[in-house]
Design a protein around this ligand. Structure first.
Ligand SMILES: Cc1ncc(C[n+]2csc(CCOP(=O)(O)OP(=O)(O)O)c2C)c(N)n1
Length: 968
């Protein structure tokens, strides 16, 4: 009997006396209680009266309820089954007294409170742990005595209108609730605020036909999968004893569960599933779910490569590799892709989510029902890694929504050698997911039917509500963390227990034999047949040669591996197209109330665009985005406050000052413009990982992640190190992701100055990515467009400006972006490029000093040089630091045979680009046979903290480094 949801929370054990007193008040005067309570009490009193009176009818209103104790519904539905016991109804003659009616209503209140307690806390009594180690203390809220029901009250019929029944005795209620909530499945769902979701789950688990029940064929299929899962691990154990495989032994029910998810999802319209998972059981999933040939896996165990010999790349260990395949169930084909991932647990989660989003966008899957994310987790990692709550946090945000992820925790109750009591502060590893109100299905992994049952339920929930859902499968890890580890060192009691624990297959096969569904001989035949397959595959594994590298396929077809050095790409844009963007970028719709200051900015923007001069950074960026959109590329920018821009420079979204409505000009470049600018959650790792994932699946969108200040990107270091820097080399997967990292020493203190350029440069090798520090809006325009206008994709790490956003010298001409122009890896001196306003430089052979630098310090040097009228000092900017433009530098430096070569940076000596560029410059000088062997370093001395917190000290340091760079 359902009470208004806002009141139903009050139905807990501790409140029973309060409810009773409230009811007494109602009995005295119905108007003395709130209308919601009155309505509920009215219904309850009427029902209780019927129950107490002769016309109550039989207590069991449905003959198929409850099902027999073995949970087999088929028997219950059998017309020949014995009728359920029906408590005797009172005779008509004995009409209930007022007192009896009162007692009946109180009984109802108590019974309903008990029922609600089971819904909330029943999982605490569920039989979840196959090892029986997790002892759940008795919970008084689940004890009828707590509600005043003594032994003699247990068989009295009570009006409940719940659990599919009108009336039932306490004994019957408890029996049903124990079976629903305290069997091999424990459900947590009462924390969900959405009534519809709660009601849906309740209906799916409490209804009379909702017990775990499978057809013979279903049971056979489950057995087949657990046999495959177990035999595969055992086979590897025998053939490659002592080799790490991070086996699934003890958690084999994972395999039929994944099968069930794929099958159910396919039936509910899912066409593609992106999967992410850690090491545990990965080989098993690759083989038995992803259908990776056993021979390929065995070949890798022998040290073979996963890719053909001619394919370059550094490769990865076999339990990190990805794979993709098509699976068909009942005529529904589902494409599966398992992402490659690094050892860093959970780091792949946001990447998979980003991939899903891109695939949904590609398919026009607006309601997100065709592409789904499925993430597997270890219990320790799910509870411990901060990326998990970050990803959960993204799940309902407009810019990152993917229609819900199914999370499957392989809860083997240990993390390496650490027991749960040392690795989390919450009872379950899944508790963190309650924060986003995800339903959680705990399940005993030794009961594969129950596991498959919840897998199906979770899939239905995801498809129905498009929200995250968690399966927490309690199991155990039969061996050590890897197969060479000795678990008895640290968990002797647990492993004593495990030693005697029959395997999942043994338990399930004997259950099915007992039920007469699959005989022992049949189970043995199934096992032998599968072993024979493995034997044959093992034989041919030695000569197995992978025939293709599985990259640059599908949407990537036509792209190629990067070659050559200059690789400019065709980035110039027709001036007419650029002019067409003027209106789009500077006009708000009729009647839209633009903020006055913004209006002034827009007017100014229009002026510069129309005159074709003085174009600032943000305008060049908007032109790059707009022109790409115009050409049909997508543009997706996400970062903290990216819509307005941290420095109030971008204003990619206008906000109406009266209505609060938002307007995004770039959406209107063309009718089907694919533009997204997203103010992200305040996280770095998950958001950057998401965008990286998006870029993996969509080569035709410029995907950018922006740091609020460059140094905050270190919160995403795992994503940078493991994916952005090394992903292509490890896994043959390209990404064109752009990282925008505000950088520059402007006296804002230790944390707002440095984007840690040195780290990116240190990781630069093997043409893995590009690191740049542009100083002109036009060069920024070109480098962004270049990302889409070459035949390969490479990540771009870009130091971006802060004060230069408004610097009078940091402007470009429209003609610098128009036909005939391109990106420059090295930029010449302003005195050379700008006709007016600069002192005339001496001829090249009279230049006494060349100051090479990168980024914003160039403008400081320029202003200082002009002030000092030093016409024999030439300033050279390296705009692209990696790949280092050695050829271009050689050409440029050749012009100045008599110049002292100085490297100037504002960063401390142990930071910035110095240690990276020094050997390149030295090599260039050597090649030129220059009179100096090496460049002179000018910059701040080595430091632990990037910058001083004192503005006066900053200014002093800056003045001194400029002076040292230009003179002396
Ligand atoms: C971020 C990170 N820290 C540490 C490790 C080292 N490590 C590998 S597996 C593991 C234990 C994981 O436990 P759990 O998540 O429960 O998965 P299980 O191995 O038990 O399946 C640890 C600590 C890692 N891979 N990643």
């Amino acid at each position: 009997m359902d009470l208004d949801p806002s009141l139903s929370a009050i139905l807990n054990g501790a409140n029973a006396p309060f409810l009773e007193s409230l009811y007494r008040r109602y009995e005295r005067d119905p108007n003395a209680v709130e209308p919601e309570w009155r309505g509920w009490f009215d219904a309850l009193a009427a029902g209780a009266a019927r129950a107490a009176n002769a016309d109550a009818g039989p207590s069991w209103q449905r003959k198929d309820w409850p099902p027999p104790a073995n949970g087999d519904m088929t028997a219950a539905l059998d017309p020949g089954a014995p009728a359920p016991v029906i408590p005797k109804a009172k005779g008509k003659a004995e009409a209930a007294s007022q007192e009896q009616l009162h007692a009946a209503a109180i009984d109802s209140i108590r019974a309903l409170t008990l029922i609600r307690s089971y819904r909330v806390r029943g999982h605490l009594h569920a039989k979840l742990d196959p090892l029986g180690l997790a002892i759940s203390p008795d919970h008084p809220e689940l004890d009828p005595e707590t509600y005043g029901f003594t032994e003699k009250d247990l068989d009295r019929p009570i009006y409940i209108d719940a659990l599919g029944l009108q009336t039932a005795t306490v004994r019957q209620i408890v029996e049903i609730l124990e079976r629903v909530y305290c069997g091999p499945i424990g459900v947590e769902y009462m924390h969900i605020a959405e009534l519809e979701e709660r009601a849906w789950i309740q209906e799916r688990i409490e209804g009379h036909d909702k017990y775990v029940s499978f057809t013979e064929m279903g049971k056979h299929a489950i057995l087949q999968k657990v046999i495959e899962a177990e035999s595969f691990e055992q086979f590897l154990n025998v053939k490659y004893t002592g080799t790490k495989r991070f086996g699934l032994d003890g958690g084999e029910a994972t395999i039929p569960a994944l099968e069930a998810i794929i099958k159910k999802a396919g039936a509910l319209g899912v066409q593609e599933i992106a999967i992410g998972m850690p090491h545990r059981g990965r080989l098993n999933v690759l083989a038995n779910v992803m259908s990776k040939p056993f021979r390929a896996i065995f070949n890798e165990f022998r040290g073979g490569s996963s890719t053909p010999d001619e394919v370059e790349g550094s490769g990865d260990v076999k339990y990190h590799l990805g794979s993709s395949s098509d699976r068909e169930f009942d005529g529904n084909t589902v494409h599966l892709s398992l992402s490659a991932n690094p050892s860093h647990l959970e780091a792949v989660d946001p990447v998979v989510m980003g991939k899903v989003r891109a695939k949904q966008d590609q398919r026009g899957d607006k309601d997100r029902s065709q592409v789904m994310g499925l993430l597997l987790h270890g219990d320790a990692a799910f509870a411990g890694q901060g990326l998990v709550p970050e990803c959960l946090g993204l799940s309902q945000l407009k810019g990152y929504r993917i229609g819900g992820v199914i999370h499957f925790i392989v809860n083997n109750q240990i993390g390496f050698t650490t027991s749960p009591m040392y690795s989390r502060s919450s009872p379950y590893p899944s508790d963190i997911a309650k924060g986003i109100q995800a339903p959680i299905f705990h399940v005993n992994g030794d009961d594969p039917e129950a596991v498959v049952h919840v897998a199906k339920l979770a899939t239905e929930f995801r498809q129905r509500f498009k929200k995250d859902v968690v399966i927490d499968m309690f199991c155990y890890r039969r061996f050590g963390h890897n197969e060479t580890d000795e678990p008895m060192f640290t968990q002797p009691l647990m492993y004593q227990r495990i030693k005697n624990q029959p395997t999942v297959t043994q338990i399930y096969a004997s259950k099915l034999a007992h039920e007469g569904v699959v005989g022992e001989a049949e189970a043995k035949r199934m096992t032998d047949e599968f072993r024979a397959v493995l034997d044959t595959e093992f034989e041919v594994a030695e000569s197995f040669k992978p025939n293709k590298a599985d990259w640059l396929e599908g949407r990537w077809a036509g792209l190629k591996r990067a070659r050559g050095t200059v690789r400019r790409g065709r980035t110039a844009e027709d001036e007419n197209t650029l002019r067409h963007l003027i209106n789009v970028l500077t006009t708000a719709p009729e009647g839209f109330n633009v903020h006055k200051t913004l209006q002034r900015q827009l007017d100014r923007k229009r002026e510069t665009l129309e005159s074709g001069t003085g174009i600032d950074w943000a305008t060049a960026e908007a032109l790059a985005f707009g022109s790409l959109l115009d050409e049909g590329f997508g543009v997706r920018l996400s970062g903290q406050d990216s819509g307005r821009g941290t420095f109030s420079q971008r204003h990619a979204v206008f906000t109406d000052q009266v209505t609060g409505e938002r307007y995004t000009p770039l959406d209107h470049v063309r009718e089907d413009a694919k533009f997204e600018v997203i103010d992200s959650m305040l996280s770095e790792a998950a958001v950057m990982g998401f965008e990286y994932g998006y870029s993996l699946s969509e080569p035709n969108a410029l995907v950018l992640w922006e740091a609020q200040f460059g140094d905050f990107a270190n919160g995403a270091q795992v994503i940078i190190d493991q994916f952005v820097a090394a992903g292509e080399l490890k896994w043959l997967r390209m990404s064109g992701l752009v990282l925008l990292l505000p950088h520059g020493f402007e006296g804002q203190g230790p944390e707002h100055s440095s984007a840690r350029l040195e780290r990116y440069l240190q990781m630069s090798a093997e043409d893995n990515w590009q690191v740049a520090n542009c100083t002109t809006p036009a060069n920024y325009f070109h480098i962004l467009r270049r990302q889409m206008h070459r035949e390969f994709r490479k990540p771009l790490v870009l130091m971006t400006p802060k004060s230069l956003l408004r610097h009078k010298l940091c402007v470009s001409h429209l003609s610098d972006m128009a036909r005939g122009t391109s990106f420059h890896r090295i930029m010449p001196d302003h005195a050379q490029t700008e006709s007016a306003g600069y002192g005339k430089l001496k001829p090249d052979d009279q230049i006494t000093r060349v100051v090479i630098c990168t980024g914003k310090v160039y403008y400081d040097l320029l202003e200082e040089r002009e002030a000092k009228k030093l016409h024999d000092v030439y300033l050279m900017r390296i705009e692209q630091l990696y790949p280092f433009p050695g050829d271009s530098l050689l050409e440029e430096l050749e012009r100045f045979p008599h110049a002292k070569i100085v490297w100037c940076q504002e960063e401390p000596q142990n930071m910035g680009a110095w240690t990276f560029v020094e050997p390149f410059i030295e090599k260039t000088l050597e090649d030129l046979d220059h009179f100096l062997k090496r460049p002179v370093y000018v910059g701040r001395p080595a430091a632990a903290s990037p910058a001083t917190g004192l503005l006066s000290r900053h200014k002093d340091q800056q003045a001194r480094l400029l002076a040292a760079a230009l003179v002396g």
